[in-house]
Design a protein around this ligand. Structure first.
Ligand SMILES: *Cc1c(COP(=O)(O)O)cnc(C)c1O
Length: 405
């Protein structure tokens, strides 16, 4: 059995029973709550090193009760890479990049789906569905395949090519919808009513947050349980940032952290779609829908986030900020960073690097500070973005001036 005690409405604290199928409560997300004293008594922080190098090493802080339900592709323990050249160029030489591009299906979405599919399987779900304009569809399709479960993926026509194809590759029934992500969401809601699909949308079931929480658990462990000064995280629906914030809260409660119990969170968006940054600036707790969302960073193209208040609460409580980056500079920044460090930087992370540049210019971050940027996905998944690099590809005529240069 897991250490889960109950589920709790993130908006008004209403308690709901665990170990039954739950979705939203009055339109807003649920937290999974644990008996943290019991967790603290059951596991010794320093014994974790002997466990397998996947996110399942944090089993006591995860919700799965039934071992048989665990659905894994070996996810987790992504590298925390020093980025000295990129860091020096930005004025933060202690820069670290937590590289999620190496996870199954090439993005951190694998973490959330590993937990959500495992829990769906434990609770007897047979068919999962998700609306997506990016990496969530392929990740869900892969984990559903792994679990032997049916999967339906609904995507807007302009979803990046690789995301469309990977959903099909992993056996999902994939559909293109003439419309935007919320039109896809409406189809999923109808499928829930008419066909008994289970809706795996961001924050609409409680367990994707628990999977994403493991980014925070891993980061803490990799830094010897000392949290960094600042974390820059690209924000779409917000599960990554919300999950990490929850991770640090739980680690603080079980007494595993040395020193500070919270880093400053910088939630990073693109000027093409920045509802959270706009709400932060305006001092609001809930975000107005972003008008005409358009960004090459598909993970950031989320005009309405059901967890808006959870993101904004976490950012404010940490002393950080929500900011937006110049959309027109994302592609160049992605290539520049990839060339400096050999890391497969996605366009969402390019938004973080541009925000980092702003923060250094404003004097809010400097060379003394330990800064962690999350690289949430692999550049290879964005072929449309990589095409800007084509002019750099020369034809190898036997021209030794060129070849030796
Ligand atoms: C989904 C996604 C994001 C946004 O993640 P949230 O946790 O939903 O805010 C960022 N980057 C990539 C690559 C993504 O796929």
């Amino acid at each position: 059995m897991s250490f889960v005690t109950h589920l709790e409405s993130a908006l008004d604290g209403t308690r709901l029973p665990a170990r039954t199928l739950q979705t939203l409560h009055e339109g807003r997300p649920l937290w999974v709550r644990y008996d943290l004293d019991a967790v603290a008594g059951a596991v010794d922080r320093d014994a974790l090193v002997q466990r397998e190098p996947t996110l399942w090493r944090y089993r006591e802080l995860l919700p799965v009760d039934d071992d048989e339900a665990i659905t894994s592709l070996g996810e987790g323990l992504s590298p925390l890479l020093p980025a000295p050249r990129l860091g020096a160029a930005l004025g933060v030489p202690r820069l670290l990049i937590k590289d999620e591009s190496q996870l199954p299906t090439g993005s951190f979405k694998a973490r959330g789906m590993a937990l959500a599919v495992s829990m769906a399987r434990q609770l007897g779900v047979e068919r999962v569905a998700v609306p997506t304009a990016g990496n969530a569809g392929g990740a869900l399709a892969a984990y559903a395949a792994r679990a032997g479960m049916d999967c339906v993926v609904l995507m807007p026509e302009d979803t990046p090519l690789v995301n469309k194809l990977e959903a099909v590759l992993f056996g999902a029934r994939a559909f293109l919808v003439d419309g935007l992500i919320h039109d896809c969401g409406a189809v999923v809601r109808e499928g829930v009513e008419r066909c008994g699909w289970f809706d795996m949308s961001t924050l609409k079931e409680p367990y994707r947050i628990e999977g994403k929480k493991t980014m925070g658990l891993e980061l803490a462990e990799q830094l010897g349980w000392r949290l960094p000064d600042a974390i820059l995280y690209p924000t779409g629906g917000g599960t990554g940032l919300i999950g990490m914030s929850k991770a640090f809260e739980e680690l603080g409660a079980i007494g595993w952290l040395e020193g500070r119990t919270r880093p400053r969170f910088y939630s990073c968006q693109s000027s093409g779609c920045s509802p959270i940054a706009t709400a932060f600036e305006a001092g609001e707790r809930f975000a107005a829908p972003a008008p005409d969302p358009a960004t090459v960073a598909s993970g950031l193209r989320v005009p309405v986030a059901v967890g808006d208040f959870m993101i904004l609460d976490a950012v404010r409580a940490s002393g950080g900020r929500a900011m937006s980056a110049d959309e027109s500079r994302l592609l160049a920044t992605m290539g520049h960073a990839a060339r400096l460090e050999g890391i497969s930087i996605c366009p969402e992370t390019a938004a973080c690097l541009l925000v980092l540049e702003q923060l250094v210019a404003e004097g809010e971050l400097d060379a003394e500070q330990q800064v962690v940027v999350f690289n949430t996905g692999a550049a290879q998944k964005y072929v449309e973005c990589l095409e800007v690099e084509l002019p750099r590809l020369s034809r190898a005529s036997p021209d030794w001036d060129l070849l030796a240069g």
